[in-house]
Ligand binder design. Structure first.
Ligand SMILES: *[C@@H]1O[C@H](CO)[C@@H](O)[C@H](O)[C@H]1NC(C)=O
Ligand SMILES: *[C@@H]1O[C@H](CO)[C@@H](O)[C@H](O)[C@H]1NC(C)=O
Ligand SMILES: *[C@@H]1O[C@H](CO)[C@@H](O)[C@H](O)[C@H]1NC(C)=O
Ligand SMILES: *[C@@H]1O[C@H](CO)[C@@H](O)[C@H](O)[C@H]1NC(C)=O
Ligand SMILES: *[C@@H]1O[C@H](CO)[C@@H](O)[C@H](O)[C@H]1NC(C)=O
Ligand SMILES: *[C@@H]1O[C@H](CO)[C@@H](O)[C@H](O)[C@H]1NC(C)=O
Length: 660
């Protein structure tokens, strides 16, 4: 809560503290109800790590969508003119006036310039100071709780009014900082783990019985097993020559966390399904904060193997780059509380993100994200990796949670980062989720369908609801159908859960401009017979989906009965986990062709796809059941089941080659 009037501030202060506050100061932040756990004063000589978060450039956030459209809308004269990382930092940093005003105030108050560091992204100033110094600077008092890793915070603090208007918030302040005031106790540390294993949108089945003479290039069995050759036939592309010359700058990026590939499986897979990929072919490892790969075949992960076994036959001899995030403790520990995801990945590919302030959060979330160095046994002992890797042109992500699992500000800050990556020319594909309009069942005792409110409201997936990435739903070749028939939206029931294409409408993000035409046509032509709400707030409504939310997914690709080798066995796997790497691999091929003719990467492709839906095969049959409903229908045009449809590679290639 903030107060702008000094009078009000002084009056309130009189009630809570004996310190006198100069008349030109205002209460910058104050807790409505002081935290009762904070009952001990921090001793004056304890050194506090102070961060002054500057107000983000409000104009930049407002304009960001326009900036992205300028470089990614095919009708724009600036199409393809992506920004450099430095230009992005410059555009999103606070105004010079903000930086100068705050720095001058600190200097005048005795925090000399030499003590202050400016974060790489220029959004905050940091310095160490004794509690005594900070209490006098902010006209406040610091308290801590009894935890081993103590929370240090103030109930309120003050700033001169001309400084207050440029400051977002200061930590430790009302927002506390966890600090080692005492030695840590090992048991307490372990109890601190609050991360839940993120969902990989993938699941495995045994290989069906096939004739003895069966070969993977047999297209008559694509309704039972999807091989690389089935995908070629479905989407109209050929494998590149294994000796083709490829760009050094166009490796396909694949994100993994807590799930690891096994080389032995890759070799078996290549030998059986795609022998032109030589034995031993493996990704370039960009290990993030202790992420390790590969693992022995017995520990092979279904997600990693699926992603790479799909990608290589499409892009080889182009390489893949594996972004393996987080040490094993953070990547695989299970816990009942929800954990964050993706922030350490963004930190590693964009150094400025480590300290970026937006939507009330600076840097990683103290409760939701891993902390490095990791003090746990076997944990990664290095510092948090910031800006150590350059992002690849195309990245595919088959992980996610539900929107309702994470605070909105956490998702908004991340979504802003997806936007910045698009501005830089990075194309990002994300699996849209495997549970139709609902979530995974069983998160709470009363929840059979994994849905919101009384287990009846549709539950959008995260990070898919962010408008600045391309999310990919799943299709299927149903029994008796061939690769020459149109595909339908996937439905594959099983006792543990029913697999259907993640889709619906965000409760957090509004429909972006580039999608408005598609979404409104859908509602006009196929008004779903479900009650809805219009502001993202379902608690007190009778509606079951948000009529004004960003629509999910954008596009689709096959996601059922995919041939794989995992853990030394062959079988079939599936999920939108498969759809995303398929789509991303084809876009990576298109970028490769553009590089050959001297053009650049594509960045954010949605505006081009939504204005040219004819380059996709429209999917018009099937539904995405969930929450005790049949979900939505796949229809002519965009729909919240399969988006605009599956790739028509020759048409997509022509279109994207024709753009500057
Ligand atoms: C590849 O990237 C490097 C380093 O970023 C750059 O110097 C080089 O010009 C790029 N090559 C091509 C073909 O784009
Ligand atoms: C974490 O969960 C997975 C799957 O639910 C389970 O197989 C594994 O044993 C769990 N690990 C720990 C450390 O509890
Ligand atoms: C799964 O689908 C079947 C119909 O095939 C339905 O009876 C069942 O309720 C569904 N289960 C869930 C959890 O949605
Ligand atoms: C899906 O299509 C069927 C048949 O036309 C129709 O009865 C149903 O209401 C549609 N469902 C939605 C959610 O639009
Ligand atoms: C729902 O209604 C209750 C009672 O009127 C109110 O306290 C609550 O804030 C409302 N929730 C939302 C999200 O509007
Ligand atoms: C339509 O989709 C359903 C699954 O929802 C599938 O069983 C059926 O075969 C499909 N029909 C056609 C004509 O593709």
């Amino acid at each position: 809560m903030r107060f702008s009037s000094a009078l009000q501030a002084a009056a309130l202060l009189g009630l809570t503290s004996g310190r006198s506050v100069p008349g030109n100061h205002v209460v910058h932040e104050k807790r409505a109800v002081p935290r009762s756990s904070l009952h001990k004063r921090v001793s004056p000589d304890v050194v506090l790590p102070v961060r002054v978060g500057l107000k983000q450039n409000a104009r930049a956030l407002e304009q960001a969508e326009d900036w992205l459209m300028e470089v990614s809308h095919p009708g724009s004269s600036m199409y393809g003119k992506h920004w450099s990382p430095d230009e992005i930092v410059e555009a999103f940093k606070p105004t010079d006036e903000a930086i100068e005003t705050v720095a001058a105030w600190l200097e005048k108050s005795g925090i000399s310039k030499e003590r202050i560091t400016h974060s790489d992204n220029k959004v905050w100033l940091a310095f160490d100071a004794t509690t005594e110094e900070v209490e006098s600077l902010l006209h406040t008092e610091y308290f801590h709780d009894d935890q081993d890793r103590a929370l240090v915070a103030a109930h309120e603090y003050h700033l001169p009014s001309h400084v207050s208007e440029h400051v977002d918030y200061i930590t430790p302040g009302v927002k506390g900082t966890l600090m080692e005031l005492r030695r840590r106790d090992k048991r307490a540390l372990n109890a601190e783990s609050t991360r839940k294993s993120r969902r990989r949108q993938q699941h495995m089945k045994p290989l069906p019985e096939l004739p003895k003479s069966w070969s993977s290039s047999d297209l008559s069995t694509c309704d039972q097993v999807i091989t690389p050759q089935c995908l070629q036939a479905l989407y109209g592309f050929k494998a590149p020559s294994p000796n083709a010359k490829v760009s050094k700058n166009n490796s396909l990026g694949i994100f993994e966390e807590g799930d690891y590939y096994a080389q032995q499986d890759f070799d078996k897979f290549f030998a059986q399904y795609f022998p032109s990929v030589p034995k031993g072919t493996h990704p370039i490892l960009d290990s993030i904060d202790g992420g390790k790969a590969p693992v022995p075949v017995a520990d092979a992960g279904g997600e990693s193997n699926l992603d790479f076994e799909l990608a290589y036959p499409i892009i080889y001899p182009q390489t893949t780059t594996l972004y393996q995030t987080d040490d094993t403790f953070y990547a695989t520990s299970n816990s009942s509380t929800t954990g964050g995801i993706f922030n350490t990945f963004f930190d590693a590919i964009d150094g400025s993100y480590c300290t970026y302030s937006a939507f009330g959060e600076t840097g990683n979330d103290p409760k939701l994200d891993p902390k490095y160095p990791d003090p746990n046994a076997g944990g990664y002992k290095g510092k948090l990796m910031c800006g150590v890797y350059k992002p690849t042109n195309v990245i595919t992500i088959s992980y996610g949670v539900q929107e309702s699992d994470l605070p909105a500000y956490y998702q908004q800050r991340q979504c802003n980062e997806f936007l910045k990556l698009g501005l830089q020319g990075v194309s990002i594909f994300v699996a849209s989720g495997d549970t139709g309009v609902g979530g995974y069942p069983g998160e709470t005792q009363s929840d059979f369908y994994g849905c919101l409110r009384d287990d009846d409201v549709f539950s959008p997936t995260q990070p898919n609801s962010c408008p600045w990435l391309t999310n990919v739903g799943a299709t299927k070749v149903y029994p008796g159908k061939t690769v020459h028939d149109p595909e339908s939206a996937v439905f594959d029931p099983s006792p543990s859960f029913n697999f259907s294409s993640g889709g619906g409408f965000s409760n957090i993000f509004p429909v972006p401009k580039y999608q408005q035409g598609a979404v409104s046509s859908y509602f006009k032509n196929y008004n779903p017979p479900y009650p809805y709400y219009t502001d993202g707030k379902y608690e007190n409504s009778t509606g079951i989906y948000n009529r004004n939310g960003r629509g999910i997914p954008d596009v689709a690709a096959n996601g059922d009965n995919i041939a794989v080798w995992v853990g030394g066995e062959q079988g079939t796997s599936g999920g939108t986990s498969a759809s995303s790497p398929i789509f991303a691999s084809l876009v990576n091929r298109i970028v490769e062709e553009r590089i050959k003719v001297g053009k650049g990467p594509l960045g954010f492709i949605n505006p081009t796809l939504y204005t040219n839906p004819g380059v996709l095969n429209d999917i018009t049959n099937g539904t995405n059941p969930g929450c005790g409903t049949l979900g939505f229908n796949a229809t002519k045009g965009w729909d919240p089941v399969t988006g605009l449809g599956t790739p028509n590679y020759p048409k997509m290639l022509d279109l994207f080659l024709s753009l500057p």
